[in-house]
Design a protein around this ligand. Structure first.
Ligand SMILES: [Zn+2]
Length: 225
């Protein structure tokens, strides 16, 4: 039990392959990180994640770091982030995102993590997208906005729903408290996993009503099933 606790606090083995980590490696060994399937490391309308969204004048496009294959290595990584309450690992993944997308993010004014409903955040204890945002901000110095785009409706989990059910379930779930805060800003909306894109689409729809806003989407992973 104590050994387990120590392992969680100070992981010395790769979370993916369990091999011992060497100096300068954190959470994932270099080999696992190298072989994790990656996205295009670009943000535009034609990336695999960008193509999921309807074109809007205010929407630049989207990009993602990992391709999430069922039962593949990426799944272990995401499970660790979402369910094992490993918050430091969340920030570490954010730093990876920040480093890989560093040049693309240089013009961004604000990071906006997709909000959870307060009830859900309370249950989980943290918002995994916010952890990623903190890591990105650490690397890029871009400010984070966590209380202006809010989730005003508690929605059922999207996991077992198809595309149209997801769209219906998430409709009207978000609102902006103070539109002025986002006016004429270049923002990146951030989420952990994209499947059909319905949650992010709904956020983009709400954000696009803000004057002069420019919206990019950034995801840790895209699920390919
Ligand atoms: Zn490994």
């Amino acid at each position: 039990m104590l050994i387990d606790l120590i392992k969680i606090g100070f992981p010395k083995n790769c979370l993916s392959c369990s091999n011992a980590l060497v100096q300068n490696e954190n959470y994932l060994c270099s080999s696992c990180y190298f072989y994790l399937p990656k996205g295009e490391l670009a943000i535009h309308n034609e990336t695999d994640s960008g193509k999921l969204f309807e074109p809007l004048d205010s929407f630049v496009g989207a990009g993602h770091l990992f391709n999430f294959d069922k039962n593949g290595k990426t799944q272990q990584v995401l499970h660790e982030l979402k369910y094992n309450s490993n918050q430091d690992f969340g920030e570490y993944l954010g730093k990876l995102l920040g480093n890989e997308f560093f040049n693309i993010l240089t013009h961004i004014d604000l990071i906006v993590p997709v909000p959870l409903h307060p009830k859900k955040q309370h249950q989980r204890g943290f918002n995994q997208s916010e952890l990623l945002a903190r890591g990105i901000s650490d690397v890029t110095n871009i400010n984070i906005s966590t209380n202006n785009l809010i989730r005003n409706r508690f929605t059922e989990t999207q996991t077992k729903k198809n595309k149209s059910e997801r769209k219906k379930n998430i409709a009207m779930a978000f609102e902006i408290i103070n539109k002025l805060e986002f006016e004429n800003k270049r923002i990146v909306i951030l989420d952990d996993v994209i499947t059909t894109g319905s949650t992010l689409s709904e956020c983009i729809k709400v954000l696009s009503q803000v004057q002069g806003i420019e919206i990019s989407g950034l995801l840790l992973a895209k699920a390919n099933f």
